[in-house]
Design a protein around this ligand. Structure first.
Ligand code: UDX
Length: 458
């Protein structure tokens, strides 16, 4: 009998590709062949990982032509991508299934329409949501919040509590709901995200990059609607625990500036604040300057990822005040893109100022690094609330970024409450590692997933 063959189809964005490539590298050694669907641009950008992946005989990329390749930093631009995918996915998947025997499709759950695309072919669809269980659950309940009258928001007090979200009653404020909830309830992206997430109940199974000790109560809520769930994360730690991480497992679409590791080597233990807002978030010029003053005034050494497209600014506004240049020369190090997993694992890093994208959040958890949260959009608002209130891994400065607050919160996490946050971060890191070690929940769930796929046959 020929080995199972799985199609893996991520949303073409760094955070999604990263997680789904990691899943691919967990499936290949178990004898599951995979075809990974990718855009022309991302395929080119991943040239550094081709040799690693091509060393598996059962692996191949399938390059998709004609995908939207613009930015995705707003709900509207995300919708352009969804619409483009919804149009090209059905013929693409049907042709692939005609060309090769396909055991199952593992599609990014944000592309709910892939279920319709393969309908009638007999190919089961497993959804992989690259977000947290808590953000998934918030998305899943958007329609219920509309039905109960909590959406749209009635007043202007964003601190008002949300009461009708099962499992999260009373501790989410309006500002902690996914950012799409801030728009009109007939907003196209809000409707898309809500209905797409509901489609997860129609899939054969749902994979989540999380672990039971982190999100158990929310996972139980989801289970009532999606009975077949595989929580197999944190995936990057899972790869390491199974010794499957071939040398470095970085899946960066941008070139990593590794010189920052040399700079970190010269800093005292736990002294550095690492700052990164992931691959999609943008800052206004004012926000950049407020963060910058906050960092310099905190007097902490800082390593800051300033992507080429991070700041929305006009060319004539690019001058940086002298005191910021001076403070940065004394204590800062700026890079365009960092080897993030290595940075977070470095002994010099004491805290992470993050947008709480789910990959970054998990990477911080595994490294035992406390967080200062400044969520940008989508799922990140929910994640940052959980970081502060449920997991107690840091502080959330949501929706505010004036220099005084940045300075105060950084000092709070790295000095005033350092012991408390370090203790809970170490505790959660231990649980994360246990979950992906032999006998741990994620380890067992991955074995179940592999068996499930093998039993589907070709
Ligand atoms: C997006 C969404 O924003 C996020 O909320 C969602 O959960 C997944 O998709 P992104 O914003 O890029 O992703 O954030 P995140 O999920 O944190 O992923 C960023 C990835 O890029 C991480 O794996 C991180 O290690 C990597 N990275 C980031 C680098 O390798 N170098 C950097 O300098 C910055």
């Amino acid at each position: 009998m020929s080995p199972p063959h799985v199609l893996i189809f991520p949303l073409p964005a760094q955070g999604h590709i990263n997680a789904m490539l990691k899943l691919t590298e967990l499936l290949l050694p178990a004898g599951i062949n995979t075809t990974f669907l990718i855009s022309t641009k991302d395929h080119r950008s991943l040239s550094g990982v081709h040799s690693r992946l091509n060393s598996y005989p059962g692996f191949r990329f399938h390059v998709i032509q004609g995908l939207y390749e613009g930015p995705m930093d707003t709900a509207e631009k995300l919708s352009v991508m969804f619409d483009c995918l919804a149009e090209i996915t059905p013929p693409l998947l049907r042709n692939l299934i005609l060309d090769f025997p396909v055991t199952c499709l593992i599609a990014d759950g944000i592309m709910g329409f892939s279920i319709d695309a393969v309908e009638g072919t007999g190919v089961p669809v497993i959804f992989f949501r690259t977000i947290s269980a808590c953000a998934f659950w918030a998305y899943f309940n958007i329609q219920d919040l509309i039905n109960s009258g909590e959406l749209p928001f009635s007043g202007t007090n964003m601190d008002e509590r949300i009461v009708n979200l099962k499992g999260m009653e009373g501790f989410l404020r309006q500002r902690d709901l996914p950012s799409f909830c801030r728009s009109d309830i007939n907003n196209y992206t809000l409707r898309q995200v809500s209905s797409i997430t509901r489609r997860s109940s129609d899939a054969h199974a749902l994979i989540l990059n999380t672990f039971d000790d982190l999100e158990g109560p929310i996972i139980s809520q989801i289970q009532k609607h999606c009975s077949n769930i595989y929580t197999i994360g944190p995936l990057h730690a899972h790869l390491k625990s199974r010794s499957l991480s071939k040398s470095k497992s970085s899946n960066s679409l941008l070139e990593e500036d590794k010189t920052c590791i040399g700079w970190l080597d010269q800093q005292p233990p736990k002294s550095v604040l690492y700052v990164s807002f992931g691959s999609l978030a943008t800052l206004t010029r004012d926000q950049l300057i407020e963060f910058w003053y906050g960092l310099v005034n905190s007097k902490k050494p800082f390593l800051w990822v300033i992507r080429e497209d991070l700041v929305l600014s006009k060319d004539d506004e690019n001058k940086v005040p002298n005191e910021l240049e001076k403070g940065t020369k004394e204590r800062g190090y700026l890079v365009g893109w960092a080897p993030q997993e290595d940075v977070l694992a470095h002994p010099a890093v004491g805290a992470f100022l993050t947008h709480n994208g789910w990959n970054s959040t998990l990477e911080s958890i595994v490294a035992g690094v406390p967080m200062v949260s400044w969520s940008f959009y989508a799922d990140q608002q929910v994640n940052s609330r959980f970081v502060e209130v449920v997991w107690k891994l840091g502080l959330d400065m949501k929706d505010t970024c004036d220099r005084t607050l940045v300075e105060r919160i950084v000092k709070e996490v790295m000095d005033v409450r350092k012991e408390e946050f370090t203790k809970s971060a170490n505790r959660m890191a231990k649980l994360a590692i246990e979950s992906v070690s032999e006998g741990g929940s994620s380890y067992i769930n991955l074995d179940r997933l592999i068996e499930d796929i093998k039993e589907m046959g070709v």
